[in-house]
Write a protein that binds this ligand. Structure first.
Ligand SMILES: *Cc1c(COP(=O)(O)O)cnc(C)c1O
Length: 426
């Protein structure tokens, strides 16, 4: 790391100098504003970015832990949950008031809660070690949940061509300890939507919970559906779905730290409420992993929703869809490249037609040298592009670099074959 670690200064540094240093510290960071970063940033343009900054500033001191002291945070959070619920099918149902949920800090926390609620539902049914059945394509967080909550997780291999959940293999794995099935809409690695209707039937038949991981699709699919681009049923209107996670900080274009987990009925939602008075500090209630928590991201998410409105989200969805189709069609047209799976949404997993001729990670090295950031995925190897509205300006340049890169690295091995996706190392 080139940026030196600073000790705590003996005397404080003036604010303007500190801010200058902070800006300078970004020197080696990727150029997200130029549309060269995928999967880590979802960019709706400079105006929304400014709005985030202002909203974060307005709520930088408030503590999201306590809505009695700061009722505004309760109101804003409630709006975020209700609006998400109405997008995810509540408005299309006869008794939508049953669908309720909680705001969380991100997709990981939403999934963790869905798993914990399932475990406790399993305990309530007398299962000693509840088991969750998912696919190899479902997010890494499920494995984190196993670690934290003492669940058994069975990951069933996806169909090798479509990369979608293999329902008959999942059905065959159901046993007395099973409490929940998990599907994705869409999956993170290949961007395909599992057969949620089929999973719903399976869940109903065996009296199981069904979580749909809509972290990626939750705030985009509803708009793509209205635009006529997607018509796969996947939300609460599908019989059998009992919970859905949806990230506002992805295609909701909110600043980071906001997601929702929604439940089909209040009994499940209530399982996320932690209560205790078993300490010297009085009655303590919480529905999140964190205690003290930032209010800024909640305010920024609310501001984003209000400013964009339905029309804004439809426009961003159209831009994103158009950019994604240009990338997907463009990749298919490049000799030597292919897509892993047929993406249902706006994610492309770019692979080599013949891995003995082209190492896609060498292509990844080539792109890194040109300022791009794409995740590397394994089994099979691919480069991962999560197209967002901010990619509209960059996908054509990416296609040019992909085509040139395929020729430049043919027959070469990657310098780096690791697939590190996220890390806390420093
Ligand atoms: C991003 C994502 C997650 C994890 O969400 P974080 O916000 O990174 O914690 C889980 N599932 C899917 C499908 C995702 O796209």
């Amino acid at each position: 790391m080139e940026f030196p670690h600073e000790p705590l200064p003996k005397q404080g540094i003036p604010t303007s100098d500190v801010l200058e240093r902070l800006a300078a510290a970004k020197v080696n960071d990727k150029d997200w504003a130029g549309g060269r970063v995928f999967s880590l940033v979802y960019d709706a343009g400079p105006e929304i970015h400014e709005l985030h900054g202002e909203a974060l500033k307005l709520y930088s001191a408030e503590n999201g832990l306590n809505v009695l002291a700061f009722p505004s945070i309760g109101v804003l959070s409630h709006d975020l949950v209700r609006i998400s619920a109405s997008l995810l099918g509540a408005d299309d149902l006869r008794s939508p008031e049953g669908i309720t949920g909680h705001l969380t800090s991100g997709g990981t926390e939403s999934l963790l809660w869905a798993m914990k609620v399932a475990r406790d539902e399993g305990y309530a049914r007398g299962i000693k070690r509840p088991k969750v059945i998912a696919s190899t394509s479902t997010h890494a967080t499920l494995t984190k949940a196993v670690d934290l909550f003492g669940i058994d997780l069975l990951r069933v291999p996806v169909d090798p061509i479509s990369f979608k959940a293999d329902l008959s293999a999942m059905a065959a794995a159901i046993d007395d300890a099973t409490i929940m099935l998990v599907g994705s809409a869409p999956s993170y690695p290949q961007g395909v939507i599992d057969d949620i209707s089929g999973l719903g039937q399976l869940a109903l038949k065996h009296d199981l919970l069904l979580h749909v991981d809509g972290c990626l699709g939750g705030w985009l699919l509803p708009f793509l559906e209205r635009l006529g681009h997607v018509d796969t049923p996947w939300n609460f209107t599908v019989p059998g779905v009992t919970s859905i996670s949806a990230d506002l900080h992805k295609y909701g274009y909110s600043s980071k730290g906001v997601s929702v987990v929604l439940y089909a009925n209040a009994d499940l939602a209530r399982r996320q409420l932690f209560l205790t008075d078993d300490w010297l500090g009085g009655f303590y209630a919480s529905t999140t992993m964190a205690g003290t928590k930032p209010a800024g991201p909640i305010a920024a998410a609310w501001a984003t929703l209000m400013h964009l409105g339905e029309a804004g989200y439809l426009e961003l969805a159209e831009q994103t869809w158009d950019a994604a189709r240009r990338l997907i069609d463009g990749v298919k047209a490049i000799e030597g490249l292919c897509l892993r799976g047929e993406p249902d949404m706006t994610v492309a997993a770019i692979g080599a037609q013949d891995p003995s001729q082209l190492d896609v990670f060498a292509l990844g090295d080539y792109l890194v040298e040109r300022g791009w950031y794409l995740d590397r995925q394994a089994n099979p190897d691919s480069l991962h592009a999560t197209v967002h509205a901010g990619s509209a300006k960059s996908v054509d340049a990416l296609l040019v670099d992909l085509a040139a890169g395929v020729k430049a690295v043919a027959g070469q091995q990657a310098k780096d074959r690791s697939t590190t996706y996220a890390t806390g190392a420093h």
